[in-house]
Design a protein around this ligand. Structure first.
Ligand SMILES: C[S@@+](CC[C@H](N)C(=O)[O-])C[C@H]1O[C@@H](n2cnc3c(N)ncnc32)[C@H](O)[C@@H]1O
Length: 201
């Protein structure tokens, strides 16, 4: 998890208005874990290719969802889920009046009712990083040709990826998933993200 994603926007110009609004909510709630600007810009770019639905687990105060909405074409529907009820309520306020956005309160699995997605961002639940966190089933949740994004890895050199002295099984799950073509993108010297496209057949 990015420890200071919210602070990383300090002094940044040219942010989409909705991202600024979500950042204001994150600051007002003392929430430091918003996605970093590098990640947000990646989400913004990928959202432009979605036709139908975009999903995000772990919406926080809505910064990533705001990047997604700012990049998406008109008519695309967006679904976020956040288990912390106060954060979910505040995120809904960020998107007040934007009927194409639904922020659910609860465990990330609630989003399963709204798939399949053209773009699915796993930022809180469904990443398979934490003990007991089952990785999201992309064969069910992604439309063919759809994209999954798994945020917040520490860049590593070499193979297999090692994190904290052990083979990073969570990262390998995504990079070697038989239904995906996936790669790790280094967004900053200390931040990488795995992006995978679901095979058409
Ligand atoms: C890294 S922060 C989210 C940042 C946010 N996506 C953004 O772009 O600003 C992770 C969030 O995931 C939420 N979370 C963690 N586990 C979850 C789960 N199992 N289901 C739903 N939300 C979860 C946490 O409460 C936290 O708000």
């Amino acid at each position: 998890m990015a420890t200071s994603g919210t602070d990383a926007y300090t002094g940044q110009d040219g942010l989409p208005p909705l991202v600024r609004r979500a950042l204001a909510a994150a600051r007002a709630h003392g929430f430091p874990h918003s996605c970093r600007p590098e990640q947000g810009r990646l989400l913004h770019a990928l959202a432009g290719g979605a036709r139908g639905r975009i999903g995000e687990t772990g919406t926080g105060l809505g910064v990533g969802l705001a990047w997604l909405l700012s990049g998406a074409a008109p008519g695309v529907r967006l679904y976020g889920v956040e288990r912390d009820a106060d954060r979910a309520r505040a995120a809904r306020e960020v998107f007040a009046g934007r009927d194409e956005v639904t922020v659910l309160t609860g465990d990330w699995r609630r989003i399963e009712e709204y798939g399949p997605f053209d773009l699915l961002v796993l930022d809180g639940g469904g990443q398979g990083k934490a003990p007991g966190d089952r990785p999201a089933d992309v064969e069910r949740l992604l439309a063919p040709g759809g994209t999954v994004v798994v945020d917040d890895f520490t860049p590593v050199a070499g193979w297999p990826p090692v994190h904290d002295g052990r083979v990073d099984r969570a990262r390998l799950h995504w990079l070697e998933h038989p239904a995906l073509r996936a790669t790790e993108l280094r967004l900053a010297p200390d931040l990488s993200t795995v992006v995978g496209t679901r095979l058409l057949v």
